[in-house]
Design a protein around this ligand. Structure first.
Ligand code: KIV
Length: 272
């Protein structure tokens, strides 16, 4: 196992741009709480995204729609307290940025000021560029998100890949350029054809971060509980499972239950 020196500098948005130019892949994961964030930060990961996938992973919802700005502030505060090296980026939840650029700006400001995030992420292309510009011109770094944007699931009607028709692909390229032009420092590309992700990556000077978007993005992101194998049902082909924590944790909990029931825990040594 490689040990990442603790002297590693805090990752900045500027550093991510340098990494793209140097051809150094950017590794990103999600995080929602202090203990997991501190473990993931120790891995050398470049970005920890407090994703609104917290709605699925932590809150047990089917979609990210019910997640509120207050939830995102709460989870970001927990992550920020225990991360010293990765750049922390926070998702703007559904309806925190759609009403008007001014409201989006105010809410992004709360994520930076009250939660301590290093940047915000929002979904969409041309329709959000005015908000992105307002934020970036006032010191709030923004990560864009195109492709399968989960907050639009009720409009899409399914979690199928996006950008697979020539029309959708052209719109996505136009959206990517518009986000870059509005000042976004990076762009998540979710569940789109590898060829399209490669084209968009070549088109932009800001880094692309793929999830189900093939090997040619400048970086990759996965939901941390998926790549650690914590769920039994969710197994899309873009998730590589680096551990099987579900079975390890069920086994550990079962042994604990058995010890309690058999009066084998606690022992005298484990008591005061
Ligand atoms: O909310 C999230 O976890 C995300 C990533 C999957 C990119 O947006």
């Amino acid at each position: 196992m490689s040990v990442v020196p603790s002297t590693r500098k805090r990752v900045t948005t500027r550093r991510l741009g340098d990494m793209k130019r140097a051809g150094m892949p950017i590794a990103c994961l999600t995080a929602y709480d202090a203990i997991s964030a501190s473990i993931l930060d120790a891995s050398g990961v470049d970005v920890l995204l407090v994703g609104d996938s917290v709605g699925n992973v932590v809150q047990g919802h089917d979609t990210t729609i019910p997640v509120t700005l207050e939830h995102m502030i709460y989870h970001t505060q927990a992550v920020v307290r225990s991360v010293s090296q990765a750049l922390v980026v926070t998702d703007m939840p559904f309806m925190s940025y759609q009403v008007s650029p001014q409201e989006a700006f105010r809410n992004a400001g709360r994520l930076m000021k009250e939660a301590g995030s290093g940047a915000v992420k929002l979904e969409g292309g041309m329709r959000v560029t005015e908000s992105v510009r307002l934020m970036t011109e006032n010191g709030i770094p923004v990560m864009g998100h195109l492709g399968l944007t989960p907050q639009s699931i009720h409009q899409f009607g399914s979690y199928r890949e996006r950008g697979s028709t020539p029309e959708e692909a052209e719109i996505m390229k136009r959206d990517a350029l518009a986000l870059q032009e509005a000042g976004a420092f990076a762009l998540v590309l979710e569940k789109i054809p590898s060829g399209l992700a490669k084209d968009i990556t070549a088109l932009l000077h800001i880094p692309t971060i793929g999830i189900g978007a093939g090997p040619d993005c400048d970086g990759q992101i996965l939901v941390w509980t998926d790549m650690m194998g914590m769920s039994t049902e969710f197994r899309p082909r873009f998730v590589r499972r680096y551990a099987e924590l579900h079975s390890i944790m069920v086994d550990a909990a079962s042994r604990y239950v058995s010890d309690v029931k058999n009066h084998a825990f606690p022992t005298t040594e484990e008591s005061y």
